[in-house]
Design a binder for this molecule. Structure first.
Ligand SMILES: *[C@@H]1O[C@H](CO)[C@@H](O)[C@H](O)[C@H]1NC(C)=O
Ligand SMILES: *[C@@H]1O[C@H](CO)[C@@H](O)[C@H](O)[C@H]1NC(C)=O
Ligand SMILES: *[C@@H]1O[C@H](CO)[C@@H](O)[C@H](O)[C@H]1NC(C)=O
Ligand SMILES: *[C@@H]1O[C@H](CO)[C@@H](O)[C@H](O)[C@H]1NC(C)=O
Ligand SMILES: *[C@@H]1O[C@H](CO)[C@@H](O)[C@H](O)[C@H]1NC(C)=O
Ligand SMILES: *[C@@H]1O[C@H](CO)[C@@H](O)[C@H](O)[C@H]1NC(C)=O
Length: 730
């Protein structure tokens, strides 16, 4: 139409022979010159987004509370390796807004999500809702547990622990608050690359059960893709980065007792340190999120599994050792110890992301969409083809669940790959928990059921039934929020199904689908149907049965189609998940503290040395109180390393307990005594000079039965750090 009227106008004004009348010249200028001018302008044509980024500390009390991940009894918090953060990213196209939050936590639980959504509703009304907020966990196994409302998860974490939940909820909400209050016009660019030598398939035997023609389409048995989104303001200055790479955050093993954000958290740490000009960790405006993806069968322990007693490789099929069984089959590497392994994997991921961030030029433009549904996952039927309809099952865990993995084996004599039950354990199960129904056994076949969690409701249901199916898109980027740990091949199938769904209407040409793992509600694992048949740990932990993935493919492609067709509002919301009042809390409150005779809290029990060289470890031990008595220590620190400024005669903080270089250990002793050892791994970059180490805490005593909490602090002797010789392992 525009073309036609232009031609008509020209013909009228200029005549058919194009005589240059003044009106004609004016029109030619107006219609054509203006057009060519805009066409050669180098600035982007697209509308900017409104973008906000925010980061907030979500570290809870680092003492007594069980760590969430390995379910190893006795692995309770006892200090801080690195702090945990929630990182929020808001994208708004002036019609729709979406929020993606990646949290240094084992996984998002349904309870945690419900509490966060409730807090957001009270603050923001309908701005942040079920459909436009995704919460995803990095899958660190060294965060605090106790934020679940289903019995199975409460068993290993002493129930539901308010003390542990509150800092998480407050930290997540605060990260969104900061992102919300810093929203400004900006642009998003994407970068894609591959990272090798940082991940290993830990169930290759399951992977090999996938069809050969499917496997032949891929070079690797884990996804090596790194996806990076670069967020800038309109001047092109970076304000944040969000990336995804599929690897378990289990470089720190189950012997660690310090709260730690593990490899993914360390990658965030490095990127933020780099972009925030050397400010203390957790400070500075640049926010770098490293999110989990289809990591279900992916280990960072890339030297692979070996028997710790003989050094020989474990049995390939069942990951056990001739002597010692499953427990001694452990994967290590790439470093000499878990700290070095964490550092190497984190550093690899960071370097690749940084490279992609620096070179990202492909701008993401276009509408923002969000779609969400609650689904009763025990009750989904899927038409596989015209002759066959299959169903999901009531949740259940197989025998191999109790075997654990080569990243942390179980204590009992279970092995991976069990497709038959064990009369001994089945007997115990039947006696204590009751026999699984025939219906569930048939539905879950070939899984030998250890815990028929879908049939266990005491004192509360053991597993969720209602789960979140959710995805967001902005321009050609789609983020799929998967409520669990999806394996490599299952993730690939899901990405394809979502892509197909989005492309069903032509709007989404070259769409990039990324999987955000451990999102919204935890349902353990999602394997392919073929991997499920092998029943290694991941298959045994695919709780809704062999057709779990098929159900997800159907539900997520349903969301994708709804987005593509602009019919999101027609999607049924689905059944709301339950919110259980007063889930049991078996965690006893922290008792009174005592200090050894003739000492006070904060006194030094073991002094630093007068002199260290770079590369040494400075260490000091203080009389301490239980860190739980310090209450909410978010954005604070239990530890500082300080350097003396001779000119001003003041002390400058160079490290806190959030720093990679410091380790804060809390040692709980007998008779209410405890102490704190602070270690400083002096880096090669440390300034030579005069230093001291300080510790801040609180002790509790009872006065007339009432707890009285008193703050204390302790300071080491002054010591010197000199250049010396530094044999770096880097
Ligand atoms: C593991 O598999 C090997 C055969 O590959 C077998 O000899 C061994 O008994 C199995 N171990 C267990 C504990 O099932
Ligand atoms: C955990 O790592 C430490 C070294 O940091 C090592 O001594 C220990 O053997 C490891 N344990 C397991 C089970 O991997
Ligand atoms: C899920 O569906 C099953 C089977 O229809 C039903 O028994 C169960 O009550 C539903 N669960 C919830 C929480 O609505
Ligand atoms: C596990 O241990 C029990 C008791 O020691 C034994 O009866 C059972 O056969 C063992 N199972 C396996 C698979 O070794
Ligand atoms: C505590 O201090 C007092 C007074 O200085 C001293 O007599 C006593 O021996 C000390 N006790 C211990 C256990 O050091
Ligand atoms: C610190 O406490 C632990 C646990 O009670 C104890 O073994 C250790 O000796 C204490 N350290 C000092 C220096 O007193």
């Amino acid at each position: 139409m525009a073309k036609l009227s232009k031609d008509v106008l020209l013909k009228v004004a200029c005549g058919f022979t194009v005589v240059m009348t003044s009106l004609c010249v004016a029109l030619v200028l107006l219609l054509f010159v203006h057009k060519t001018e805009t066409a050669v302008q180098p600035t982007p044509e697209s509308e900017p987004y409104l973008i906000g980024v925010g980061r907030a500390d979500c570290t809870g009390p680092p003492a007594d509370i069980p760590l969430m991940g390995y379910a190893t009894s006795g692995q309770t918090a006892a200090g801080i390796h690195t702090r945990l953060y929630s990182r929020a990213f808001i994208i708004d196209d002036s019609k729709q807004r979406v929020v993606f939050v990646t949290v240094d936590v084992g996984m998002i639980s349904q309870r945690l999500r419900l509490e966060v959504m409730q807090a957001l509703k009270e603050k923001y009304g309908d701005v942040y809702r079920q459909d436009n907020v995704i919460l995803s966990g990095t899958h660190t196994h060294c965060g605090l547990g106790g934020y679940f409302q289903y019995t199975l998860f409460m068993l290993s974490t002493s129930g539901y622990i308010k003390e542990s939940v509150q800092p998480l909820v407050n930290g997540i909400v605060k990260s969104i608050d900061i992102a919300h209050s810093t929203m400004r016009p900006g642009r998003i660019y994407q970068g894609h690359g591959q990272l090798e030598e940082s991940s290993l398939n830990r169930s290759p035997h399951s992977y090999l059960n996938n069809p050969e023609e499917e496997r032949q389409r891929y070079k690797w048995n884990t996804d090596k893709d790194v996806t990076v989104l670069k967020f800038t303001d309109l001047d092109g200055d970076g304000i944040g980065m969000l990336s995804w790479f599929a690897v378990h955050a289990v470089s720190m093993n189950y012997t660690n007792r310090m709260v730690s954000s593990d490899n993914m958290g360390y990658a965030s740490y490095l990127m933020e340190q780099d972009k925030n000009g050397g400010q203390l960790p957790g400070q500075g405006r640049f926010v770098a999120g490293f999110s989990s993806s289809n990591l279900g069968d992916v280990s960072p322990n890339i030297k692979g599994p070996h028997c710790t007693n003989t050094g020989l490789p474990c049995d390939y099929l069942n990951s056990s050792c001739p002597v010692g069984g499953t427990k001694v089959c452990t994967a290590f590497g790439p470093g000499e110890d878990m700290f070095e392994s964490t550092r190497i994997i984190g550093d690899n991921v960071y370097r690749k992301a940084k490279e992609l961030y620096a070179s990202a030029v492909e701008e993401v433009t276009g509408f923002v969409n969000a779609a969400h549904q609650w689904v009763n996952m025990t009750d989904v039927s899927v038409e596989i083809d015209s002759t066959r309809t299959v169903r999901t099952c009531k949740p259940a865990l197989g025998h191999s669940f109790a075997a654990g993995t080569t990243d942390g084996g179980g204590d009992l004599n279970f092995t991976q790959g069990a497709v038959e039950g064990d009369p001994f354990w089945d007997g115990i199960r039947d006696a204590i928990l009751g026999e699984p129904s025939k219906e569930t056994q048939d539905c879950q076949h070939p899984k030998p059921i250890l815990f028929s969690t879908g049939e266990m409701t005491f004192p509360l249901p053991w597993h969720p039934e209602i789960i979140d199916i959710q995805m967001i898109t902005f321009g050609s980027v789609a983020i799929v929020a998967v409520p669990g740990e999806i394996t490599t091949m299952a993730g690939r199938r899901l990405r394809e199904a979502v892509k197909k769904g989005l492309q069903s209407e032509g709007e989404f040409g070259n769409v990039q689908v990324v999987i955000a793992g451990l999102s919204n509600v935890y349902t353990h694992y999602i394997t392919t149907y073929e991997e499920y048949q092998v029943q290694r740990y991941e298959g045994a932990s695919t709780i809704f049965g062999p057709h779990t993935l098929s159900a997800y493919l159907q539900k997520f492609s349903g969301l994708a189609k709804a987005i593509a067709q602009g019919r999101v509002s027609e999607l049924p919301a689905g059944p709301e998940p339950p919110f259980f009042n007063n889930p049991p809390n078996l965690m006893t409150s922290a008792g009174a503290d005592k200090s050894p005779v003739n000492t006070s809290f904060g006194d030094v029990l073991e002094q630093v040395l007068p002199l260290y060289r770079k590369g040494d470890v400075a260490s000091v031990t203080f009389v301490a109180g239980n860190p739980r008595h310090s209450g909410d220590m978010r954005d604070k620190t239990f530890v500082t390393v300080e350097i003396h400024d001779n000119l001003t005669d003041t002390w400058e903080v160079v490290h806190t307990d959030a720093s990679w270089e410091t380790r804060f250990h809390w040692l709980k002793g007998e008779s209410s005594l405890s102490n704190t050892t602070v270690e400083w791994y002096i880096p090669s970059t440390a300034r030579s000079g005069t230093y001291r180490i300080r510790h801040f805490g609180h002790s509790m005593k009872r006065v007339n039965w009432k707890p009285v909490i008193t703050a204390y602090e302790g300071t080491s002797d002054v010591f010197k750090v000199t250049a010396g010789y530094y044999f770096s392992k880097n």
